[in-house]
Design a protein around this ligand. Structure first.
Ligand SMILES: NC(=O)c1ccc[n+]([C@@H]2O[C@H](COP(=O)([O-])OP(=O)(O)OC[C@H]3O[C@@H](n4cnc5c(N)ncnc54)[C@H](O)[C@@H]3O)[C@@H](O)[C@H]2O)c1
Length: 448
């Protein structure tokens, strides 16, 4: 093969085009459609802390919804619920039963610490309410199956709140994967890294926090009894009694995106984690770095979360025909790979010149080079961006409200949510027991 042919091929590769497309927001955010009063969804918020406040606003922004009550265990959050909703007379309570007993409430938003999810969702279903439950769905593997049973048994809509499932960016990514544009995908990697106290859940404690303003016994719920400790109440993510550390907080988002775009319908086969508690050592029993390799039947997935370095969140999906990257949840880029035929250019340099030339001549005959000025089309690098003010949570919440109205199954029901939650539990199982976690579908348990 002559030098000029090689350089032309290189040129063809370098000349591949690029395009950038702004994704269109959904109908909802572009032009809310009117909902007749008979279809109005009356909902209540249970848990009006950091996330509860966001999803309360998202639900209020959906067409045809009405917030009628709020419940929380801390006075400050009940005061904030009135402010946040713009309803100074909103009915508020510290007793969730008062909400579930009301016949005029169709749905509840559950945004409480993870150890309370199962109990509240099961009770809500039994009380005839539909439930939007924040991620991760469960605190233990057993709870996840009980929640799915409650959803099915009481024929309720249960939607898990990991909003990537409704994102227009992930929908585009799924389109690429389903079209076969990436070829065979065998490896995926992603990480979320943070480097500050807030990212590490060391939140300030409000100055009025006390057993008078907080219902501490109810907060503990099924967790071990302890004396009042505001750190545990406000920084619950740091303790295994109430949360699942980084997997429950952040892996679950990454797993939701991957399960959705890769059409995964079961927990991973195996998981192997490493990590450690290196820096935020003052008061927590979960690691500040965790790294997990997951095995799925047709691909492998590497996830990492660190609280000791800040970097962009990048999801990379590697296929035989191209790479898909998704940066900070907002920009999706497909880069095709040049898979056009090319002669062997490495091992033949261990051959005598005579045989090498023979091989190259033969290859050339079988693969005539394009005429000068006519180039092979290698494919375009395509980028898709979400509009700057795009909020996937509003889309996700609107999907929930539409399911409540129409009884159409939720886009992220308790079965989907259970699979991502189990993957989080497998990561922790592997980390804490220092063994590979194996999912056993027959016993529905993780074993080492
Ligand atoms: N989807 C997301 O992007 C996202 C983001 C942040 C948090 N979350 C999830 O949202 C949930 C809440 O997290 P947060 O950051 O808002 O926590 P938070 O501590 O700010 O708020 C939790 C609130 O729940 C209340 N609560 C606890 N037990 C209760 C009970 N039995 N009845 C009524 N209220 C109760 C507490 O008083 C507290 O105010 C968690 O499951 C978390 O994983 C999801």
């Amino acid at each position: 093969m002559s030098c000029s042919q090689i350089s032309r091929r290189e040129f063809m590769r370098a000349s591949a085009a690029t395009s950038v497309t702004l994704l269109t927001p959904t109908m909802l955010q572009a032009s809310p459609r009117p909902v007749p009063p008979s279809d109005r969804v009356r909902f209540a918020s249970i848990g009006t802390g950091i996330r509860g406040s966001e999803i309360m606003r998202a639900a209020m922004a959906c067409p045809g919804t009405e917030l009628v009550a709020a419940c929380d265990l801390y006075d400050g959050r009940l005061e904030w619920a009135k402010e946040n909703s713009g309803k100074p007379n909103l009915e508020v309570t510290k007793e969730y039963r008062k909400i579930l007993d009301r016949k005029d409430i169709d749905a509840v938003l559950v945004a409480v610490p993870d150890h309370w999810h199962a109990h509240l969702v099961e009770e809500a279903c039994a009380a005839g309410k539909d439930a939007y439950c924040e991620k991760p769905m469960s605190h233990t593997v057993e709870q996840g199956f009980a929640m799915a049973e409650a959803m099915n048994g009481h024929q309720r809509i249960v939607q898990v709140g990991s909003q990537r499932r409704s994102s227009i960016v992930y929908a585009k990514a799924k389109e690429f994967l389903d079209s076969g544009a990436l070829g065979q995908v065998t490896s995926i990697e992603e990480h979320i890294d943070r480097n500050d106290a807030s990212g590490a859940w060391v939140y300030p404690i409000p100055p009025d926090a006390s057993p008078k303003t907080i219902d501490w016994d109810t907060f503990l719920g099924s967790a071990p009894k302890r004396p009042f400790d505001p750190k545990r109440f406000f920084r619950w993510r740091c303790y295994q009694d109430y949360g699942e550390g980084l997997p429950g907080d952040l892996y679950v988002h990454m797993l939701t995106g991957v399960h959705f775009i890769m059409s995964v319908t079961a927990p991973p086969l195996r998981a192997h984690s490493t990590g450690g508690l290196f820096r935020w050592t003052e008061d927590r029993d979960v690691p500040d770095l965790i790294w997990t390799l997951y095995e799925y039947p047709t691909f492998r997935l590497s996830l990492r979360c660190s609280l000791n370095n800040e970097s962009d969140e990048v999801l990379s999906v590697y296929g035989t025909k191209g790479t898909l990257t998704l940066k900070n949840d907002a920009a999706l880029t497909f880069t095709p790979q040049d898979t056009s035929p090319r002669p062997e250019g490495y091992s033949i340099y261990g051959w005598p010149t005579r045989l090498r030339n023979e091989y190259l001549e033969d290859w050339k005959k079988q693969h005539p080079a394009p005429e000068p000025g006519r180039f092979l089309i290698v494919g375009e690098t395509k980028t898709f961006s979400a509009p700057p003010d795009y909020d996937e949570t509003v889309d996700h919440m609107n999907n929930f409200m539409e399911s409540v109205r129409t009884r159409r199954p939720s886009v992220e029901d308790a079965v989907f949510g259970n699979h991502t939650a189990i993957a989080c539990h497998m990561a922790n199982f592997s980390y804490f027991y220092k063994t590979t976690a194996v999912w056993d579908p027959d016993t529905k348990k993780i074993r080492g």
